[in-house]
Ligand binder design. Structure first.
Ligand code: 13P
Ligand code: SF4
Length: 309
């Protein structure tokens, strides 16, 4: 992308201040492309959790939405995690609350509860383990339980149910509006306009959309697929920012997109990142009692990931 002069100035200031404060900047794949220029790493929800934990830096500026920064804070109680936009929420995470979840769980006493990382810390604290879009199948397979509650994304739950046939998956009825509003008709048109292009789709999309996919995966897995696949043309079906990352990773290939914008992801701007570094805005704090329980659910996720399924 071509940067404006003001963006170049902001980037220079951010990089200098980041160095001075010994901070790192982690950015989700959906972030604005100018944010990539200041990020130490760009990835999906799982990559970013891992990077936050592995990094020696004590200050982390998290360019993503709240549940991502909160996850980094839960996993790293000895580090300071900041989110440059306090109101960067996630419509999917907001479809579930603790009271509702407790009632739901009562109906299925033998089921394990697997919470998608796109959920609040309070909700994570109520769950047996956590999954992300890149390890959901692996986690559900590795659990000893035959019944599994998956929340809050019913599309991800249905996708997993299709891959793990020997378990009963009980889905919470939440969706991400950004992904849910993508329809098969939109994909058919994109395929007609771009013959021969492969369809790469995020698992938060509806089942009738996923059925058309050549590849389904997390945001980072989508990028990896496009980099390594021998095809030259891809239609990327997810949030609109994803295509920027893919074009950067594989400039020799052609990318088209069927997408919607996640406005919360776009709340992070260079100006806000600079302010975040300058004034330590906004520190993500999770009540330690909640964090302890949510951390246990994360630890279980990492244990399950080590098991062969
Ligand atoms: P990933 O973990 O695949 O990056 O997904 C996060 C997300 O919010 C998708 O909408
Ligand atoms: Fe949440 Fe959907 Fe935005 Fe992802 S794209 S952060 S699931 S609202």
């Amino acid at each position: 992308m071509t940067l404006s002069l003001s963006q170049k100035i902001l980037i220079k200031e951010i990089l200098a201040l980041k160095k001075k404060k010994k901070a790192i900047i982690l950015a989700h794949n959906y972030q604005r492309p100018e944010i990539y220029h200041v990020a130490d790493a760009i990835g999906d929800s799982l990559n970013l959790c891992d990077l936050a934990t592995r990094s020696k830096a004590k200050n982390i500026i998290f360019c993503g939405v709240n549940f991502m920064a909160e996850s980094a804070a839960i996993l790293n109680p000895n580090k300071k995690v900041y989110i440059p936009a306090l109101d960067a929420g996630c419509a999917l995470a907001e479809t579930v609350d603790v009271k509702g979840l407790r009632e739901f769980k009562k109906k299925y006493p033998n089921a394990a509860t697997v919470c998608y990382i796109n959920s609040t810390a309070d909700v994570k604290a109520e769950c047996d383990t956590i999954c992300t879009s890149s390890n959901a199948i692996q986690i559900v397979k590795a659990l000893p339980n035959k019944e599994v509650i998956m929340l809050p994304d019913k599309n991800l739950a249905k996708f997993v149910a299709g891959q793990v046939k020997d378990k009963k998956i009980i889905a919470w009825e939440g969706v991400c509006p950004i992904h849910q509003n993508i329809t098969p008709a939109m994909l058919k048109k994109a395929k007609k306009d771009n013959p021969g292009a492969k369809l790469i789709i995020h698992p938060e999309c509806a089942t009738n959309v996923l059925e058309m996919a050549d590849f389904i995966g997390s945001t980072s897995k989508m990028a990896e697929f496009a980099r390594n696949d021998k095809s030259k043309k891809f239609i990327v079906v997810t949030e609109c920012g994803m295509i920027n990352k893919m074009k950067e990773d594989a400039p020799e290939k052609e990318f088209f997109t069927v997408c919607n914008l996640c406005y919360d992801m776009k709340k992070i701007t260079l100006e806000r990142v600079l302010r975040s570094l300058r004034y330590n805005q906004y520190e993500v704090k999770v009540d330690e009692k909640v964090a302890k329980k949510a951390r246990k659910a994360f630890e279980r996720m990492y244990e399950l990931m080590k098991l062969k399924s």
